[in-house]
Design a protein around this ligand. Structure first.
Ligand code: FAD
Ligand code: MG
Ligand code: MG
Ligand code: MG
Ligand code: MG
Length: 476
């Protein structure tokens, strides 16, 4: 055992940290992993550092458990409880992993280098550096899709990163406190207390559900004169919310939202966003103005500028679109040594944490096989005995036959408010509706993967108890 038991207080297994890890080996190939989200962290967790040097580049030095992010917007769960430093993962490795908090700004597939940039607040400058790779894994996720609609970028809030949840929380409390200012005009109160959510996917639905719980469980007590005036509206362009779920669960969600006074406008498109209102086009084609205090935009993904730049370097195999085109081995079409996983890739799979984490785990196995193949090739090159060589060549043929990625769907889960969650599970009866926040949190963390650590699980459980005993914190 290298390292010490109880290295950081709550670590019950043997933990290593850089001084106790093997250094980089110039004889080994180097894998550069971009991102520290679902795909990259899953890869990092499984990768065998005896075989490779590993470098991680990500503008945030932590993993974020996105499924519980909507809970952070109203303080059901604390943000600190759902993040995990990337170094908490790498300290369990046999070899040191270099973790750079920086953004990859450009990939050069010819010289096989990535340019990384750190927009340093502390220095007030942007530092850049070039890192060489043998294999590159792109797990940078995606950015928010705005469809180029005017005003979205300036006025709407998104829900993807930690700071997004913090902004929403601040804005929400600002709306409420401002509405409570003496002699505020009634129409201004109505505007400030109108919360609009655009996008009826799981993120939009779960955010609306959390907002509703906050309203019912806390605001009614603290702001009785305002609580009755708070309105939640969900806007979706398609004919129904949660398109990935079964009809029965869609109906159940829509009915449950109705009961919870969340208004759903389906077949409705947002045409323009202004600072205090949005223009919508309703199902019958008519336009209407809708005033709001808080607008949350959750309409899905599009590729990041850095990824688009890379796509444009492969005009024969890539088109500038939703994600990088990959083969069944997650290898980017047009390149032998670049791989793309998760939301950064365009595949037949939905952009989910479940898919990204399975792809990350798959790549760890693939890289082990590639290392074995390289090892056999070196051995064969040095061999003189013909018989031995033949047997090795057969081994090599086997080693070259790497199985493609196979996705195993564990089901879909969404929180819909009032302690109720819906689940489409591929086994058993097909549809399960289950209640209770504890069930929900437990289920969510179990079904998703082991990336949500024991530490995070206990922090979330504590938050949940705190919320039930003391109520949510309503300070800004
Ligand atoms: P991400 O997890 O987004 O990670 C991308 C990483 O790349 C980040 O660390 C980012 O900082 C980094 N990065 C960005 N730009 C660069 C750059 N230029 N250079 C280097 N690094 C960069 N999925 C489910 O399966 N179940 C759910 O319940 C669920 N709930 C969700 C709730 C919310 C609110 C959201 C936003 C998403 C949810 N998802 C859920 C979807 C899931 O989070 C994504 O599909 C998943 O995060 C994709 O993983 P990824 O590794 O591709 O990207
Ligand atoms: Mg990632
Ligand atoms: Mg993530
Ligand atoms: Mg920095
Ligand atoms: Mg104020």
């Amino acid at each position: 055992v290298v390292g010490g038991i109880g290295y950081s207080g709550y670590v019950l297994w043997d933990a290593r940290h850089p001084p106790l890890q093997a250094p980089f080996d110039p004889e080994k190939k180097t894998i550069v992993i971009l991102g520290s989200g679902w795909g990259s962290t899953s890869l990092l967790k499984s990768i065998d550092t005896d075989l490779y040097n590993v470098v991680v580049v990500s503008p945030r030095n932590y993993f974020l458990f996105t499924p519980l992010l909507p809970s952070c917007t109203v303080g059901t769960v604390d943000i600190r409880s759902i993040v995990e430093p990337t170094r908490f993962v790498t300290r369990h490795k046999s070899r040191e992993v270099k973790v750079y908090e920086a953004e990859c700004t450009e990939i050069d597939p010819v010289s096989k280098t990535v340019t990384i940039a750190d927009n340093s607040e502390i220095k007030g400058s942007v530092d850049t550096s070039k890192i060489p790779y043998d294999y590159l894994v792109i797990g940078v996720g995606a950015t928010n899709q705005t469809f180029g609609i005017k005003g979205v970028q300036e006025h709407a809030l998104f829900l993807k990163e930690v700071w997004d949840a913090q902004k929403i929380r601040t804005r929400l409390m600002d709306c409420i406190e401002t509405a409570g200012f003496p002699e505020q005009a009634p129409e201004e109160i109505d505007r400030l207390l109108h919360m609009i959510v655009v996008g009826g996917g799981p993120t939009g639905v779960e955010y609306a559900a959390e907002l509703h719980d906050f309203l019912v469980e806390d605001l009614t007590t603290w702001y009785p004169e305002l609580a009755g005036k708070l309105k939640i509206t969900l806007i979706e362009a398609l004919p129904n919310v949660l398109p990935a779920f079964s009809k029965q669960l869609i109906d159940y969600t829509e009915a449950s939202f109705k009961e919870q006074n969340i208004t759903i406008h389906t077949k409705t498109m947002v045409k323009e966003v202004h600072d205090k209102d949005i223009v919508i086009q309703q199902a019958d084609g008519t336009l209407a103005k809708m005033p709001y205090g808080l607008l949350v935009w959750a309409t899905g993904n599009t590729s990041r500028p850095m990824v688009r730049n890379l796509m444009s370097k492969f005009p024969a195999t890539q088109k500038v679109g939703r994600g990088l085109v990959v083969d069944d081995w997650m290898r980017m079409e047009g390149s032998d040594d670049i791989y793309a996983i998760g939301d950064a890739s365009a595949s037949k799979y939905a952009p989910t944490a479940q898919v990204a984490s399975q792809q990350g785990k798959y790549l760890a196995r693939l890289f082990s096989q590639l290392a074995f193949r390289d090892h056999l090739e070196q051995e064969i090159a040095a061999m003189t005995d013909e018989e031995e060589k033949q047997s090795k060549l057969r081994k090599l043929a086997k080693a070259k036959n790497i199985k493609p990625f196979h996705y195993s769907h564990q089901g879909s889960l969404a929180y819909i408010g009032s302690d109720k969650a819906i689940a489409d599970l591929p086994w058993g009866s097909g549809n399960v509706a289950s209640g209770g926040v504890a069930t929900y949190v437990f289920w969510r963390s179990v079904y998703l993967s082991n990336l949500f650590s024991l530490r995070n699980r206990s922090l979330v459980a504590t938050d949940w108890i705190k919320k039930n005993v003391l109520g949510r914190d309503i300070s800004r």
